[in-house]
Design a protein around this ligand. Sequence first.
Ligand SMILES: Cc1ncc(COP(=O)(O)O)c(C=O)c1O
Length: 395
Amino acid sequence: MKISARLKVVKPSATFAMAAEATALRQQGRDVVDLSVGEPDFDTPEHVKDAARAALAQGLTKYTPIGGTDALKDAIVTKLRRDNGLKYARTEVMASCGGKHSLYTAFQALFDEGDEVVLPAPYWVSYPDMLVLAGAVPRVVETSAAAGFRMSPAALEAAIGPRTVGLILNSPSNPTGAAYSAEQLRALGEVALRHHLVVITDDIYERLTAEPVAHVGTLVPGLRPNLVIVNSVSKSYAMTGWRIGYTAAPPEVIRAMTVLQGQTTTNPTSVAQAAAAVALAGPQASVAEMAREFTARLELMIQGLGRIPCLVTPVPQGAFYVFPDVSAFFGRRGPDGPIACATDLSMYLLRHAGVATVPGESFGGPAHVRISYAAARDVLEDGIARLGRALGALS
Ligand SMILES: Cc1ncc(COP(=O)(O)O)c(C=O)c1O
């Protein structure tokens, strides 16, 4: 059957592709250390699960308003005030079926054919495809490991042309874990303000940091009419499967997104909304605990990977990924032939060391692989030992 031209330019998500390959090997009985995953290995906090059980017991199993229940919207408002110092009203927030859905719906609502959107690289795999689906053109700005994978205000300024309407910020970032300092964010926000850019800030990893991160909306209050905040309960509350993301934006943006959502998914799952409301507005101790554990694991990763010759691993500020430079291994040989790129290396590591990583090409970082540390410490130690042996065996 014919497939639409629109979809022919969209690539499948590389992170899910590598996870699927790892699962297939496991099903064949291979022992695989999966460091490709983009989700916390922790369980959803018990008080959040209790809220879902209570919602079911109360029969909250029907359609809700398209953008979410008032209880969830109020919880989003509470969260934005508590964590970000930002005051939003119910009419300025909505929930969707995961942060990915929030971003997709926002891009569809905001961009027209040919609109350019600045996207610092390395970037999360889905941004370029979602932008293309909205008719927009990603204006990729390369950053370097030496600059901490952070885009400078001058680089942003230089990337802005007559068709540039937007900027995507993701701090801390997937795949690099890099987070901007308050000063850097303020400077970027001021450039965006001067050029009337819509700033879409994807805050999904904001609470998984050793140090609290500043919010561009607080640092540059003038951005508010052009600020679109996207977040999700997936990572902060270990709720990836519940599929609740949310957006805070000017009311006209929320209204437009609600119209689109009303013609596509309708409301996110009612029971998941009840759980997310408690996650966002209830006790927050589990978030800090998880962040502490990730910080300890990061140290383990940096020390362990640091002992592997020729692997250069920048130290991230948050999330649960490291993004080492593996280009020193390009040109070496493995049992299946020469290693020419990050994809070859990731495939070699999976097949011959039983370690799943994600090659950097699809993140716009072709000299790197992404290694997730959302796994128990003994699993990470095993993974690091395997990586060391496998990389050392390349000739
Ligand atoms: C940077 C970033 N944004 C958004 C998402 C979407 O997460 P979800 O749809 O589970 O909320 C992810 C998931 O990996 C991500 O890494």
